[in-house]
Design a protein around this ligand. Structure first.
Ligand SMILES: *Cc1c(COP(=O)(O)O)cnc(C)c1O
Length: 432
């Protein structure tokens, strides 16, 4: 018990909100006295935990039955010291009482929904959302008798109107969203939830706890794909949900049943990655901000979406509730699917790959990565243009990224090139 209290005190000592984002990334939620005086959290790579003798087992079962003193683990699916350590750190970063770590971001979402909802429940989701989350609701949950209403992002009247008394259990939204980086008004959303006794859940993957902390605005659950910025190196899959005490217990128990426990080694890598979260986000915020401004004035670019640009529909909300605007910039290259692909192929620094949030810049065309199975018309109906590019900037030097964009965009046919081609054609006709 003393040890537990001690670790709690040590954990909270490093969780002062006054500390800067980098100090918090390095220290939040960590204990001072780890096994073997190790500075880092040891990887406890085990599937199960042993008991000294039968009496030890019986004592544990008694304590468990009476609900006090969870001071040891029983089996790998229920808990792991390395995983617990990362959970304490993530809870501290997001300002929650507790956090539960899962095997992937999708696993976090699906486990939370399966734990909280029951047949007859109704949920509300915003439209610009992760495709697999929407698929889970519309193909899996519907079979279990859970109904989903999708409302346009940013339309809070539609959201309130969609609430069905006694049936609506949750409102789920991403913020910022993918790929248009729409930012939810968290205060409005939380107030709406509290007024109607509906739980609110924000997928804050694109923001990280460095740029935005939804729990502080009154949101009930914050969820992250830790695969992205939190781990930061494109080498693990993990997901996390943070929130307030009593509700988190149900999620933790639910994970023990549904089985989405994360591997201890992945948890270790995540812990290691989080230590540089503050500095990485600082650089990625700066890079994306520069890229967004540069692209917005470029003649080969049709339109740019970045919440840090005054032209973005949610610029004001973003300025109010975010520290930085994140590392993703979405834009339309003037032209069609092919023009955008050619531009991407000319970029030298970013890799062509799905995902985001790692140290390496990644670039992709949503039409080809997430919506390859759809026609141009079907994509348009989903709001996804063929010439759309999502650029998830890494931590490379700002100048190198801007220079790379400059050379790759120089060859995009602009209005001037089209006019020149037309002129040449007329000249040809005139001569013959
Ligand atoms: C990647 C992502 C997910 C899914 O996370 P996985 O770790 O890939 O399962 C969910 N939401 C958002 C916003 C994401 O970017």
């Amino acid at each position: 018990m003393d040890e537990q209290l001690n670790s709690f005190l040590n954990a909270s000592e490093n969780n002062t909100p006054d500390n800067g984002s980098s100090t918090r990334s390095v220290h939040a939620g960590t204990r001072r006295n780890k096994a073997s005086n190790s500075l880092t959290e040891p990887v406890v790579q085990t599937a199960t935990y042993t008991f000294r003798d039968t009496q030890d087992l019986i004592d544990f079962m008694e304590r468990k039955t009476w609900g006090d003193g969870d001071d040891r683990e029983e089996y790998g699916r229920y808990g792991n010291p390395t995983v617990n350590a990362v959970e304490r750190r993530l809870a501290a970063l997001d300002g929650g009482d507790d956090a539960v770590l899962y095997a992937s971001g999708m696993n976090a979402t699906t486990s939370a929904l399966l734990t909280i909802l029951s047949s007859g429940s109704h949920i509300i989701m915003t439209d610009d959302c992760y495709r697999r989350t929407r698929q889970f609701c519309q193909t899996f949950l519907v079979r279990l008798g859970v109904e989903t209403t999708i409302v346009p992002m940013g339309d809070y009247e539609a959201m309130e109107a969609a609430i069905i008394p006694k049936r609506t259990r949750m409102i789920i939204s991403e913020s910022p969203t993918n790929p248009y980086l729409r930012v939810a008004d968290l205060e409005k959303l939380a107030t709406l939830g509290q007024k109607h006794r509906v739980l609110t859940m924000i997928d804050s993957t694109f923001a990280t706890p460095i740029n935005q902390r939804p729990l502080e605005w009154g949101i009930d659950f914050v969820i992250h794909s830790a695969t992205k910025y939190l781990s930061g190196h494109n080498d693990i899959l993990a997901g996390v949900i943070a929130g307030r005490g009593d509700r988190m217990k149900a999620l933790r128990d639910g994970r023990g049943i549904l089985g989405g426990m994360v591997d201890p080694h992945a948890a270790f890598l995540l812990d290691r990655g989080i230590k540089t979260l503050g500095v990485r986000m600082g650089q990625q915020n700066a890079n994306a901000f520069a890229v967004a401004h540069y692209l917005e004035s470029h003649p080969a670019i049709e339109r740019v979406w970045y919440p840090g640009l005054p032209s973005h529909p949610d610029y004001e909300v973003a300025t109010e509730q975010m520290v930085g605007f994140g590392g993703v910039v979405t834009f339309e290259v003037k032209g069609d699917l092919r023009t955008a692909s050619d531009f991407i192929d000319r970029m030298r620094i970013p890799y062509i790959a799905p995902s985001l949030g790692g140290v390496e810049s990644l670039i992709e065309q949503p039409a080809l990565v997430s919506y390859y199975d759809k026609t141009t018309e079907e994509r348009l109906a989903l709001g996804m243009k063929d010439n759309l590019v999502r650029f998830a900037v890494g931590i490379e030097d700002t100048d190198d990224i801007l220079n790379d964009l400059e050379q790759a965009l120089a060859a995009v046919p602009t209005y001037k090139t089209h006019v020149r081609q037309l002129a040449a054609m007329w000249e040809q006709r005139f001569r013959t």
